[in-house]
Design a protein around this ligand. Structure first.
Ligand code: NI
Length: 275
Protein backbone atom coordinates (compact mmCIF):
# COMPACT_ATOMS: atom_id res chain seq x y z
CA UNK A 1 0.00 0.00 0.00
CA UNK A 2 2.78 2.40 0.92
CA UNK A 3 4.46 1.39 -2.32
CA UNK A 4 1.38 2.31 -4.32
CA UNK A 5 1.21 5.70 -2.60
CA UNK A 6 4.88 6.32 -3.44
CA UNK A 7 4.35 5.42 -7.11
CA UNK A 8 1.26 7.61 -7.22
CA UNK A 9 3.31 10.50 -5.90
CA UNK A 10 6.07 9.87 -8.39
CA UNK A 11 3.54 9.83 -11.23
CA UNK A 12 2.04 13.10 -10.00
CA UNK A 13 5.50 14.69 -9.83
CA UNK A 14 6.29 13.34 -13.29
CA UNK A 15 3.09 14.73 -14.85
CA UNK A 16 3.54 18.07 -13.11
CA UNK A 17 7.13 18.17 -14.36
CA UNK A 18 6.09 17.43 -17.93
CA UNK A 19 3.37 20.09 -17.78
CA UNK A 20 5.90 22.52 -16.38
CA UNK A 21 8.23 21.70 -19.25
CA UNK A 22 5.42 22.25 -21.78
CA UNK A 23 4.55 25.53 -20.08
CA UNK A 24 8.15 26.74 -20.17
CA UNK A 25 8.63 25.76 -23.79
CA UNK A 26 5.40 27.29 -24.96
CA UNK A 27 3.18 24.36 -23.98
CA UNK A 28 1.77 22.77 -27.11
CA UNK A 29 0.99 19.22 -28.14
CA UNK A 30 3.86 19.24 -30.64
CA UNK A 31 6.34 19.88 -27.80
CA UNK A 32 5.04 16.85 -25.97
CA UNK A 33 5.43 14.92 -29.18
CA UNK A 34 8.99 16.11 -29.57
CA UNK A 35 9.80 15.01 -26.01
CA UNK A 36 8.36 11.55 -26.67
CA UNK A 37 10.30 11.35 -29.92
CA UNK A 38 13.53 12.18 -28.08
CA UNK A 39 12.83 9.43 -25.58
CA UNK A 40 12.25 6.94 -28.36
CA UNK A 41 15.50 8.04 -30.01
CA UNK A 42 17.38 7.61 -26.75
CA UNK A 43 15.96 4.12 -26.32
CA UNK A 44 16.97 3.13 -29.85
CA UNK A 45 20.43 4.60 -29.22
CA UNK A 46 20.79 2.48 -26.07
CA UNK A 47 19.75 -0.69 -27.93
CA UNK A 48 22.15 -0.14 -30.84
CA UNK A 49 25.16 -2.50 -30.68
CA UNK A 50 28.13 -0.77 -29.07
CA UNK A 51 31.03 0.21 -31.30
CA UNK A 52 34.49 0.63 -29.77
CA UNK A 53 34.86 4.25 -28.59
CA UNK A 54 38.24 4.82 -30.25
CA UNK A 55 39.58 3.44 -33.50
CA UNK A 56 42.59 1.15 -33.03
CA UNK A 57 45.88 3.04 -32.75
CA UNK A 58 47.98 3.29 -35.88
CA UNK A 59 51.30 1.46 -35.61
CA UNK A 60 54.47 1.03 -37.63
CA UNK A 61 54.85 -2.16 -39.66
CA UNK A 62 56.69 -4.83 -37.60
CA UNK A 63 59.60 -4.73 -40.04
CA UNK A 64 60.18 -1.00 -39.55
CA UNK A 65 63.75 0.10 -38.97
CA UNK A 66 64.83 3.66 -38.32
CA UNK A 67 67.01 4.88 -41.19
CA UNK A 68 70.55 5.41 -39.86
CA UNK A 69 72.93 8.28 -40.52
CA UNK A 70 76.60 7.33 -40.73
CA UNK A 71 78.11 9.88 -38.33
CA UNK A 72 81.57 8.35 -38.61
CA UNK A 73 81.67 9.79 -42.12
CA UNK A 74 79.47 12.83 -41.66
CA UNK A 75 79.95 15.53 -39.04
CA UNK A 76 76.81 15.05 -36.95
CA UNK A 77 75.02 16.99 -34.27
CA UNK A 78 71.87 16.00 -32.32
CA UNK A 79 68.87 18.25 -31.88
CA UNK A 80 66.63 16.95 -29.11
CA UNK A 81 63.06 18.01 -28.34
CA UNK A 82 61.52 17.28 -24.94
CA UNK A 83 58.06 17.26 -23.38
CA UNK A 84 55.94 16.67 -26.52
CA UNK A 85 54.33 15.63 -28.69
CA UNK A 86 52.14 18.71 -28.77
CA UNK A 87 50.25 21.05 -31.09
CA UNK A 88 53.48 22.43 -32.63
CA UNK A 89 55.22 19.12 -33.26
CA UNK A 90 53.84 18.60 -36.77
CA UNK A 91 54.98 22.06 -37.83
CA UNK A 92 58.45 21.11 -36.57
CA UNK A 93 58.32 17.81 -38.48
CA UNK A 94 57.58 19.75 -41.69
CA UNK A 95 60.66 21.92 -41.12
CA UNK A 96 62.89 18.92 -40.42
CA UNK A 97 61.57 17.05 -43.47
CA UNK A 98 62.28 20.02 -45.77
CA UNK A 99 65.89 20.13 -44.52
CA UNK A 100 66.25 16.30 -44.50
CA UNK A 101 67.25 16.66 -40.84
CA UNK A 102 66.78 13.99 -38.19
CA UNK A 103 66.14 14.71 -34.51
CA UNK A 104 65.31 12.94 -31.27
CA UNK A 105 62.04 13.40 -29.40
CA UNK A 106 61.93 12.65 -25.67
CA UNK A 107 58.21 12.30 -25.17
CA UNK A 108 55.93 12.48 -22.16
CA UNK A 109 53.85 9.28 -21.95
CA UNK A 110 50.58 11.15 -21.42
CA UNK A 111 51.26 13.33 -24.49
CA UNK A 112 52.19 10.29 -26.56
CA UNK A 113 48.80 8.81 -25.68
CA UNK A 114 47.08 12.09 -26.55
CA UNK A 115 48.86 12.52 -29.93
CA UNK A 116 49.49 8.95 -31.13
CA UNK A 117 49.34 9.87 -34.82
CA UNK A 118 51.92 12.64 -34.32
CA UNK A 119 54.20 10.22 -32.48
CA UNK A 120 53.75 7.74 -35.31
CA UNK A 121 54.70 10.43 -37.83
CA UNK A 122 57.82 11.27 -35.78
CA UNK A 123 59.02 7.66 -36.09
CA UNK A 124 57.85 7.16 -39.68
CA UNK A 125 59.92 10.14 -40.79
CA UNK A 126 63.05 8.60 -39.30
CA UNK A 127 63.39 10.50 -36.03
CA UNK A 128 64.33 8.78 -32.82
CA UNK A 129 61.90 8.54 -29.88
CA UNK A 130 62.94 8.44 -26.23
CA UNK A 131 61.23 8.21 -22.83
CA UNK A 132 60.81 11.42 -20.80
CA UNK A 133 58.52 9.88 -18.11
CA UNK A 134 54.77 9.79 -17.87
CA UNK A 135 54.15 12.95 -15.84
CA UNK A 136 57.48 14.78 -15.90
CA UNK A 137 58.44 13.97 -12.31
CA UNK A 138 61.83 14.68 -10.76
CA UNK A 139 62.76 11.03 -10.30
CA UNK A 140 65.68 11.56 -7.90
CA UNK A 141 63.16 12.52 -5.21
CA UNK A 142 60.61 9.80 -6.00
CA UNK A 143 60.46 6.33 -4.41
CA UNK A 144 61.41 3.27 -6.48
CA UNK A 145 57.80 2.38 -7.10
CA UNK A 146 57.09 5.76 -8.71
CA UNK A 147 60.25 5.61 -10.82
CA UNK A 148 59.20 2.17 -12.09
CA UNK A 149 55.70 3.37 -12.82
CA UNK A 150 56.89 6.49 -14.66
CA UNK A 151 59.31 4.60 -16.89
CA UNK A 152 57.04 1.61 -17.55
CA UNK A 153 53.90 3.59 -18.34
CA UNK A 154 55.76 5.74 -20.87
CA UNK A 155 57.41 2.76 -22.50
CA UNK A 156 54.01 1.09 -22.81
CA UNK A 157 52.50 4.25 -24.33
CA UNK A 158 55.33 4.45 -26.88
CA UNK A 159 55.24 0.74 -27.64
CA UNK A 160 51.50 0.79 -28.24
CA UNK A 161 52.11 3.21 -31.12
CA UNK A 162 55.52 2.23 -32.50
CA UNK A 163 55.38 -1.48 -31.78
CA UNK A 164 58.69 -1.35 -29.85
CA UNK A 165 59.87 0.39 -26.66
CA UNK A 166 62.50 3.17 -26.73
CA UNK A 167 66.17 2.58 -25.90
CA UNK A 168 66.85 6.16 -24.74
CA UNK A 169 65.70 7.93 -21.61
CA UNK A 170 66.00 11.56 -20.63
CA UNK A 171 65.22 12.30 -16.96
CA UNK A 172 63.08 15.43 -16.45
CA UNK A 173 65.22 18.40 -15.28
CA UNK A 174 68.25 16.25 -16.03
CA UNK A 175 67.77 14.88 -12.49
CA UNK A 176 69.56 11.56 -12.40
CA UNK A 177 71.66 9.47 -10.01
CA UNK A 178 72.89 5.88 -9.70
CA UNK A 179 69.46 4.66 -8.64
CA UNK A 180 67.60 6.30 -11.56
CA UNK A 181 70.27 4.98 -13.93
CA UNK A 182 69.77 1.46 -12.54
CA UNK A 183 66.05 1.72 -13.29
CA UNK A 184 66.82 2.93 -16.82
CA UNK A 185 69.23 0.02 -17.28
CA UNK A 186 66.59 -2.48 -16.11
CA UNK A 187 64.24 -1.05 -18.73
CA UNK A 188 66.90 -1.25 -21.46
CA UNK A 189 67.49 2.49 -21.80
CA UNK A 190 70.59 4.70 -21.88
CA UNK A 191 70.38 7.99 -19.97
CA UNK A 192 70.76 10.94 -22.33
CA UNK A 193 71.56 14.41 -21.01
CA UNK A 194 72.87 17.27 -23.18
CA UNK A 195 75.90 19.47 -23.81
CA UNK A 196 74.04 22.58 -25.01
CA UNK A 197 71.05 24.00 -23.13
CA UNK A 198 69.03 26.60 -25.06
CA UNK A 199 66.96 27.41 -21.93
CA UNK A 200 64.10 27.82 -24.37
CA UNK A 201 61.45 27.15 -21.69
CA UNK A 202 62.62 30.25 -19.85
CA UNK A 203 63.33 32.50 -22.78
CA UNK A 204 60.41 32.46 -25.22
CA UNK A 205 62.23 34.44 -27.89
CA UNK A 206 63.01 32.51 -31.05
CA UNK A 207 65.98 34.76 -31.87
CA UNK A 208 67.62 34.10 -28.50
CA UNK A 209 66.86 30.36 -28.71
CA UNK A 210 68.29 30.13 -32.23
CA UNK A 211 71.44 32.03 -31.22
CA UNK A 212 72.12 29.73 -28.26
CA UNK A 213 71.58 26.59 -30.34
CA UNK A 214 73.72 27.87 -33.22
CA UNK A 215 76.53 28.69 -30.80
CA UNK A 216 76.45 25.05 -29.65
CA UNK A 217 76.48 23.54 -33.13
CA UNK A 218 79.59 21.36 -33.29
CA UNK A 219 80.31 17.76 -34.09
CA UNK A 220 78.94 15.47 -31.37
CA UNK A 221 76.95 18.04 -29.42
CA UNK A 222 73.50 17.25 -28.02
CA UNK A 223 71.25 20.31 -28.00
CA UNK A 224 68.29 20.55 -25.63
CA UNK A 225 65.06 22.18 -26.81
CA UNK A 226 61.30 21.75 -26.24
CA UNK A 227 58.78 21.29 -29.04
CA UNK A 228 55.91 22.35 -26.77
CA UNK A 229 56.97 26.00 -27.11
CA UNK A 230 56.01 27.65 -30.44
CA UNK A 231 58.98 30.02 -30.05
CA UNK A 232 61.37 27.06 -29.96
CA UNK A 233 59.87 25.61 -33.12
CA UNK A 234 60.12 29.08 -34.74
CA UNK A 235 63.87 29.02 -34.01
CA UNK A 236 64.47 25.77 -35.90
CA UNK A 237 64.80 27.04 -39.51
CA UNK A 238 67.67 29.35 -38.43
CA UNK A 239 69.38 26.45 -36.63
CA UNK A 240 69.00 24.16 -39.65
CA UNK A 241 70.39 26.83 -41.97
CA UNK A 242 73.39 27.47 -39.68
CA UNK A 243 74.11 23.74 -39.47
CA UNK A 244 74.03 23.50 -43.27
CA UNK A 245 76.51 26.40 -43.57
CA UNK A 246 78.84 24.74 -41.05
CA UNK A 247 78.67 21.46 -42.94
CA UNK A 248 76.97 19.65 -40.07
CA UNK A 249 74.37 16.91 -40.44
CA UNK A 250 71.47 16.73 -38.01
CA UNK A 251 71.14 13.16 -36.81
CA UNK A 252 69.53 11.14 -34.03
CA UNK A 253 71.18 10.86 -30.61
CA UNK A 254 71.98 7.17 -31.17
CA UNK A 255 73.67 7.90 -34.50
CA UNK A 256 75.64 10.83 -33.05
CA UNK A 257 76.83 8.74 -30.09
CA UNK A 258 77.69 5.82 -32.37
CA UNK A 259 80.43 8.04 -33.83
CA UNK A 260 81.47 10.21 -30.86
CA UNK A 261 81.48 7.38 -28.30
CA UNK A 262 82.32 4.59 -30.71
CA UNK A 263 79.39 2.47 -29.55
CA UNK A 264 77.08 0.40 -31.73
CA UNK A 265 74.23 1.57 -29.56
CA UNK A 266 74.10 3.62 -26.34
CA UNK A 267 74.53 1.30 -23.36
CA UNK A 268 71.48 0.82 -21.09
CA UNK A 269 71.95 2.56 -17.72
CA UNK A 270 74.96 4.59 -18.92
CA UNK A 271 74.80 8.36 -18.90
CA UNK A 272 75.72 10.34 -22.03
CA UNK A 273 76.15 14.09 -22.27
CA UNK A 274 77.37 14.75 -25.78
CA UNK A 275 80.29 16.99 -26.67
NI1 NI B 1 61.22 18.03 -19.79
Amino acid sequence: MRGAVRWGRRLAIGVAGLMGLMLVSGGSASDAHRIEWTWAEKKREAERPKEPLLPPLPTLPPTFERPKTDCRKLRCVALTFDDGPGPDTERLLDMLARAKAKATFFVIGLNAAQYPDVLLRVAEEGHEVGNHTQKHLQLTSEPDKAVDRELDATNRAIKSVLGFPPTLFRPPYGATDKRVERHARDDGMAVILWSVDTNDWENRDSGVVARRAVKGLRRGSIILMHDIHPTSVDAVPRILEAARRKGLTLASVSDVLAASEGVKKPKPGKKYLGR
